[in-house]
Design a protein around this ligand. Sequence first.
Ligand code: SAH
Length: 245
Amino acid sequence: MINLLPEMAEIWQQTVNWQPSVQQQAQFQRLYELILEGNRQLNLTRITDPQEFWEKHLWDSLRGIAPHGQFISSFQEGASAIDIGTGAGFPGIPLTITAPNCPITLMDSTRKKINFIEKVLTELALINAKTLVGRAEEIGQQTEHRQAYDIALIRAVGTASVCAEYTLPLVKQGGLAIIYRGNWTEDETTALENAVKQLGGVIELIEKFITPITKSIRHCIYLRKVTTTPVQFPRTTGVPAQKPL
Ligand code: SAH
């Protein structure tokens, strides 16, 4: 087989203090194969080289839930999470594989992507995740989902302020929103602070790190929800992106 993912046991150990089991490595490999296959019909990802897939999809997804290089401890205790705009399943599917005792919701506005995700969940025998088709602006106003999750994750969906408006309404008081970014500037911190305050959160940590193979810059922004999000958030579909807080 040409498209075999690297194992990278030592890098996993050094960067997130964890290593995949044989079963988890097999699930990563199957996920990779399904994405290569799915790419023929759906535009799932540009990243198809095995090393690059490992770094930009698997490692990047999991490093985000390991601030200071340590998996968030609530994932050992069955914390619930929602991945907003999961696309081909990032960061949500690597999390589902890594935290088999945690209920994970994989959400996207595109039905076709969710159909793909459902196939992946079946093929990988992942029973701790379920899917949800919808827009963050709508889901965030539904009582079933609003303030219902311990952790919300979001990668490559919009600017940080938009991501804050999509995530924080879904997070329980005391819970965490994690926004995945590439580069980050002081100006973005200022804009985000203003948005987060209106949404009932605080910026707890902005962590910069370097990816282990290509040495690219990444940031993860950790927002702690400290009080209830006012009912007007999230605003109706399209408004968060058109008029960012
Ligand atoms: N998180 C994945 C995919 C990013 S692409 C990754 O990092 O690889 C952005 C995805 O967000 C797309 O699949 C798109 O359908 C979805 N999306 C965009 N706006 C959304 C919204 N308001 N609510 C839910 N999903 C949204």
